[in-house]
Design a protein around this ligand. Structure first.
Ligand code: NAP
Length: 259
């Protein structure tokens, strides 16, 4: 399918690895020029160069912490006009509800709620003026079904989801859509990190921890960054203009719910 977005320009945050990289690669395959971001310059430049080599699109790489005001300023300065914004950042650490204090919540809210909102506020007005734009926020299945040890994530992402529900309806008349992608378990460094924690806690190998987790997913496997990226690219496509304020769960059936 021709996604109809060749020549558009996308900012994909937190995209040197994992789900962000999956989105960047799928957009590049559709002919979209990219601004990519991550904190670590080396992995970011390697990912950017691989995309230039594979798809021949223009890629600007900006090493910065997207959850800080200075980081966002440097990314936005390099970005220029952006048609497609993919919001992403690392997820908060797991823990117990009794452990988290105000500072932990502020950090989680900054990373997973206020950063995407700041980037939407910075970039969507120009999209509205041009009459076309796409925003996709990478959130989590924890918005639909809480993961108790990820209470910081559950809280911050629920806040962003509420914001998107209203704001997406306000910007839709100008041809700009905002939607959320909710990853279930995907095979990325983040998943390996969480599995490592479980393995240590239970005294089992990481492979055993992964097999246990995969067995809880009806698809009996982890998702891949490639299939996640393909869903993102479709949401950013010309064909997705009537999809507004939605929360797409990509979880292999992991969340046991009718709707
Ligand atoms: P990942 O494999 O660990 O990759 C994270 C990417 O984000 C890396 O490129 C990392 O590069 C970059 N990054 C992290 N913090 C950043 C920051 N402050 N500023 C700029 N870049 C940053 O993670 P992932 O699995 O793709 O997860 C992406 C998001 O989806 C996370 O919020 C995660 O919680 C959520 N999620 C993932 C899963 C899953 O199963 N994988 C499930 C549900 C939700 P640097 O470290 O160099 O900055």
């Amino acid at each position: 399918m021709d996604l109809g977005i060749k020549g558009k320009r996308a900012l994909v945050c937190a995209s040197s690895k994992g789900l962000g990289l999956g989105c960047a690669r799928a957009l590049a395959e559709a002919g979209v020029d990219l601004v990519m971001n991550a904190r670590g310059a080396e992995a970011l430049e390697a990912a950017a160069q691989a995309i230039r080599d594979d798809y021949g699109v223009e890629v600007t790489a900006v090493a910065a912490d997207i959850t800080t005001e200075e980081g966002r300023a440097s990314v936005l300065e390099a970005a220029g006009d952006i048609d497609i914004l993919v919001n992403n950042a690392g997820g908060p650490p797991p823990g117990m509800w009794t452990d988290w204090d105000r500072d932990d919540f502020i950090k989680a809210l900054d990373a997973n709620m206020l950063t995407p909102i700041a980037l939407i506020k910075a970039l969507v007005p120009a999209m509205m003026e041009r009459g076309w734009g796409r925003v996709v926020n990478i959130t989590s299945q924890s918005v639909k079904a809480p993961i108790p040890v990820l209470g910081l994530s559950n809280s911050a992402r629920a806040g962003l989801t509420g914001y998107v529900a209203g704001t997406s309806r306000q910007v839709a008349p100008s041809g700009v859509t905002i939607n959320n992608l909710l990853p279930g378990i995907h095979a990325t460094d983040r998943a390996v990190g969480l599995d490592g924690g479980v393995a240590k806690q239970k005294g089992i190998s990481i492979e055993e921890a992964q097999a246990e987790r995969a067995a809880t997913i009806p698809a009996r496997r982890y998702g891949t960054p490639e299939e996640f990226g393909a869903a993102c690219a479709f949401l950013c496509s010309m064909h997705a203009g009537f999809i507004v304020g939605q929360n797409w769960l990509l979880d292999g059936g992991g969340v046991n719910a009718t709707l």
